[in-house]
Design a protein around this ligand. Structure first.
Ligand code: SF4
Length: 374
């Protein structure tokens, strides 16, 4: 059967990483991969990290792209590069500025790891991004996928970077009907990717597979426009592939957020080290349980918790804020205090300084709403 040899080839135990060859493929498969590369050269979208793929830019962009669409990443990436144009600039920057430049992307441990990683690269590798997988994976937060992307796009080495897009494309192309979270499925996809890369310019095939998954082989695939259509084994059942674990359950939380103003200052808390919101600023808040609390209940809780008597100003428009596996409904209460009072674990910050501090994105939106209402 046409191209089933491809699957049989992958399912054997050969180590394709050591024995790189396209022998054994049908002409149709090799031709399809060439078609894919040609399609990519003609249709690729322009991105700042793609147009000038230095190892540093590849590293930063790949970390930013882990949870965010490429088009949404562009302004964050450009802002980051203008502030930290190279590894050394990132290494010497204060952590608070790094967090500020990451604000809005979520998953703030990634920003902290980029900062630590830059310091390690300056200290251990003279400021140059390493060229070996072993050294790359010694950098905080830099795993096998990002290492492969840096080796492939940044250093023009042969390394198959397998992200969610590539997994989806290859699971369909190979008609892989087992759960792609299983180690055996991951191995098959890795071996297939290793073997399918172009012999002369393997980094082009890697990027082409990623681009195909981002633009045509999406959740609703457009097979009629796909350069792999003639050799794709799974196109008839493509919408049902890849087989994945069900998504993690979302936990809903309901918070009363206290926007307490005292003259020219507001009360804030800096996230504790090791916690989800570490190094980010947020307003004080309480968990409300299932229902939004009355102002009377909020006031009583403030008295008990902070030993302070605040004046109610207004209740502002609420926002939803998703982070990791949580979806938080934030209900903001605008409040005023007449005399400054020390509150352990919190700090009073001048309102003029708020815009330069890194906030969690939900509380940043509350600050914008407050600023519009003030
Ligand atoms: S033919 Fe369809 S399912 Fe197969 S790789 Fe192309 S878009 Fe994906």
């Amino acid at each position: 059967m046409k191209d089933t040899i491809l699957c049989n080839l992958f399912w054997t135990k050969q180590n394709v990483a050591e024995e790189i060859s396209q022998e054994g493929y049908t002409d149709g498969t090799v031709a399809s991969m060439r078609e894919l590369n040609l399609w990519f050269e003609k249709n690729k979208r322009s991105f700042p990290w793609r147009d000038d793929p230095t190892p540093y830019k590849v590293w930063i962009s790949e970390v930013m792209l882990q949870q965010t669409r490429a088009t949404a990443v562009v302004p964050y990436f450009e802002r980051w590069i203008s502030r930290f144009p190279d590894v050394k600039a990132l290494a010497i920057a204060p952590l608070e500025l790094v967090m500020k430049m990451w604000e809005g992307l979520g998953y703030y441990s990634r920003a902290r790891n980029l900062h630590k990683g830059a310091q390690l690269i300056v200290g251990e590798f003279g400021g140059e991004i390493p060229k070996t997988r072993y050294e790359l994976e010694s950098i905080p937060g830099l795993g096998p996928y990002t290492a492969s992307a840096i080796l492939s796009f940044g250093h023009k080495r042969r390394a198959a970077a397998i992200d969610g897009n590539v997994t989806r494309v290859l699971a369909r192309y190979l008609r892989l009907e087992e759960n792609v979270a299983k180690a055996s499925a991951k191995r098959k996809i890795q071996e297939a990717a290793d073997a399918l890369l172009d012999l002369e310019e393997p980094w082009v095939t890697v990027e082409a597979l990623i681009e195909l998954g981002a633009t045509l082989c999406t959740v609703k695939p457009r097979c009629e426009s796909c350069p792999l259509e003639n050799s794709c084994l799974g196109k008839e059942i493509a919408p049902s592939l890849p087989v994945k674990n069900p998504p993690a359950a979302i936990t809903r939380i309901n918070r009363a957020v206290l926007l307490i103003e005292m003259g020219s200052k507001m009360l804030l808390k800096k996230g504790d080290k090791g916690k989800i919101m570490a190094d980010l600023y947020e307003f004080p808040y309480f968990e409300m349980g299932r229902a939004v609390w009355s102002w009377g209940k909020v006031r009583k809780t403030i008295r008990t918790t902070f030993q302070m008597d605040v004046r109610f100003v207004e209740q502002l428009q609420g926002v939803f804020h998703s982070f990791t596996r949580f979806q938080a409904a934030l209900t903001p209460f605008r409040l005023a205090l007449d005399v400054e009072k020390e509150v352990e674990g919190y700090l009073w910050v001048e309102k003029t300084a708020l815009s330069s501090l890194p906030f969690s994105s939900g509380h940043r939106r509350l600050l914008s709403i407050l600023t519009r209402c003030a």
